[in-house]
Design a protein around this ligand. Structure first.
Ligand SMILES: CC(C)=CCC/C(C)=C/CC/C(C)=C/COP(=O)(O)OP(=O)(O)O
Length: 434
C-alpha cells in the first residue's frame, strides 16, 4: 500500500495520481528565500532616523547623552532579541517542515496505524495496555521516519528528475545531506531503543530489519528490477507483525493475517500508481513493471490476481478464531469490490480505470483494519481452538465446536481440569467451593 501520499506510498502516491497535485507546490518554493530573509533579521540595523527620533544631538548635556545612548542600546537590544527569536522560530519551522517531509509523515502515520492494529489484535482478550500501544506507535513512527529519510537520501538525483518528488527537501536544497543523515540516524536509533526498552527485542528487531530491507534493499532495487514492488510489499506487511510482537512477545500463525492482507493489497495499489505515473518513473530511472508493459495488460492481470488472493483472508481469520463470522462476510464483500475495479481495469486499461482501482485500494485498507478490530475475538477463544485442534476432533464435530469456542469459556474449579485426561479412569476428585 504505499509512496509519498495514503495516504502516501500510501500517501505520496495519492497526490501524485492527480495531475494537479504533481505540479510544483508554490508553498515550498520560497523556502530558501524565506530562510535568507529570516537570517537577515538577526542583525537589525539601527537607523540614523531612529537616533534622531530619540533626540540624540551634540548640544545635549552628558547626562542627557548617557540617558539617550542607554535608551538606544536598550531599544537595540530589545529589537535584537525579538529578531533573534523570530529568526529561531523561522529556522525551527523550516527544519520541522523538512523533517516532516523527509519522514513522509502521512505515509509513516499509516504505517503506525497498521502497527497499532497489529498491537491490538496481538493483545487478545487482555485489556489493551495503552502505554504499550503508545510506545509501539511512537517507536514505529520514529523508525519509519528514519527509513523514509534514508530512502530520500539515496534517491536525491532520481527525485530531482520526477515532477512528483523534485520539491522534496533534499533535491530542492532546503536541507543538506549531513543534516538529513543525522536526522535519520537519531530518529532510527531512538525508535529502536524505545521499542527495545518499552516493548521487547522481537518488535525492535523486526522494525530495525524492516528499515534495512526498505532503505538498503528495496530502495536500490527500484533502479534495478521490477521485482522491487514485491520487496516493497514485504516492507509494508511487516509493521502489523511488529505490533503483534510488541503486544504478545511472539509471532503466531494468527499474527500473519493482517500482514498477508497488506502484502496482497499493495500490489493493486502500486500497479495502479505505476500505471498512472509511468512517465515520471521513467524520468526518474526506476524500473517499474509498468514500463515494460506498454499495453498495461500484464500489470492489470497482476493486480486482479492479488485481489483474489485476499478473498480467503476473512474466512481464515474466522476459522482461526481471530474474528467473528461478520468479518468473514465484510472482508469478502470488500475484497470482491476492489477485485471488481481491478477487473474493470483489466478489461479497459485507461487512466480513469486505473485511478478507480487506486481509489478503491485507498478505501480498502482502513475499512479492512476497522473490520478486523471491530470483530476480533479474544485470545481465550483462540486458545480453545488450538486445544480443539490438538484433541483431533472429527470434522463432523468441529462445526459444533466452532460455535462453542466462540462462547465465553466458563471458569471451572482447577481440579475439574485435572480430572480430565490422562487418567480418566480415576475417580473424579470432588470440588468443594467455600
Ligand atoms: C517500521 C518500518 C521501518 C516501517 C517502514 C514502512 C515503510 C517505509 C513502508 C513503505 C513501503 C513502500 C514500499 C513505500 C514506497 O516507497 P518509494 O520509495 O517507492 O516511495 P517514493 O517513490 O515516494 O519515494
Amino acid at each position: 500500500m504505499w509512496r509519498r501520499s495514503v495516504v502516501s506510498r500510501f500517501s505520496s502516491r495519492i497526490s501524485v495520481s492527480s495531475s494537479s497535485s504533481s505540479l510544483p507546490n508554490p508553498r515550498l518554493i520560497p523556502w530558501s528565500r524565506e530562510l535568507c530573509a529570516v537570517n537577515s533579521f538577526s542583525q537589525p540595523p539601527i537607523s540614523s532616523e531612529s537616533t534622531a527620533k530619540l533626540g540624540i544631538s551634540g548640544n545635549r548635556s552628558d547626562a542627557n547623552k548617557v540617558f539617550a545612548s542607554s535608551t538606544v542600546a536598550a531599544t537595540a537590544t530589545t529589537g535584537d532579541i525579538s529578531s533573534r527569536v523570530a529568526s529561531m522560530a523561522g529556522l525551527g519551522h523550516h527544519y520541522a517542515r523538512c523533517y516532516w517531509e523527509l519522514s513522509k509523515a502521512r505515509l509513516s502515520m499509516l504505517v503506525v496505524a497498521t502497527s497499532g492494529t497489529g498491537y491490538i489484535l496481538g493483545t487478545g482478550n487482555a485489556a489493551i495496555d495503552f502505554a504499550g500501544l503508545c510506545y509501539t506507535c511512537a517507536g514505529t513512527m520514529m523508525i519509519a521516519a528514519s527509513a523514509n529519510s534514508l530512502n530520500q537520501i539515496f534517491e536525491i538525483s532520481n527525485d530531482a528528475k520526477m515532477k512528483r518528488t523534485m520539491l522534496r527537501p533534499l533535491p530542492s536544497g532546503r536541507i543538506g545531506v549531513p543534516h538529513a543523515v543525522a536526522w535519520a540516524t537519531i530518529a532510527g536509533a531512538s525508535g529502536a531503543c524505545l521499542l527495545a526498552s518499552k516493548t521487547n527485542m522481537l518488535a525492535a528487531g523486526l522494525a530495525s530489519a524492516n528499515l534495512v530491507l526498505y532503505a538498503f534493499v528495496y530502495t536500490p532495487l527500484k533502479q534495478l528490477h521490477p521485482i522491487n514492488t514485491w520487496v516493497g510489499a514485504v516492507v509494508g506487511a511487516i509493521p502489523p507483525l511488529l505490533g503483534w510482537a510488541a503486544a504478545s512477545g511472539e509471532i503466531s500463525l494468527n499474527s500473519m493475517i493482517l500482514p498477508a492482507a497488506l502484502y496482497f493489497w499493495q500490489i493493486p495499489h502500486f500497479m495502479a500508481l505505476a500505471h498512472l505515473c509511468r512517465n515520471d518513473y521513467a524520468a526518474g530511472g526506476y524500473k517499474m513493471l509498468s514500463l515494460f508493459d506498454p499495453s498495461g495488460k500484464r500489470i492489470a492481470a497482476v493486480a486482479l490476481r492479488n485481489c483474489f488472493y485476499m478473498v480467503p483472508l476473512g474466512f481464515i481469520a474466522y476459522d482461526w478464531g481471530l474474528t467473528s463470522s461478520w468479518f468473514c462476510l465484510e472482508s469478502t464483500l470488500l475484497t470482491l469490490a476492489i477485485a471488481a475495479t481491478a477487473f474493470s481495469f483489466y478489461r479497459d486499461r485507461t487512466m480513469q480505470k486505473a485511478r478507480k482501482m487506486f481509489h478503491a485500494s485507498l478505501l480498502f485498507l482502513p475499512v479492512f483494519m476497522s473490520g478486523l478490530l471491530l470483530h476480533r475475538v479474544s485470545n481465550d477463544n483462540q486458545q480453545q481452538l488450538v486445544e480443539d485442534n490438538e484433541a483431533g476432533l472429527s470434522n463432523s464435530a468441529s462445526n459444533e465446536v466452532k460455535t462453542q469456542r466462540r462462547k465465553k469459556p466458563v471458569a471451572q474449579p482447577p481440579v475439574a481440569y485435572a480430572s480430565a485426561a490422562p487418567f480418566p479412569f480415576l475417580p473424579a476428585p470432588s470440588y468443594y467451593s467455600p
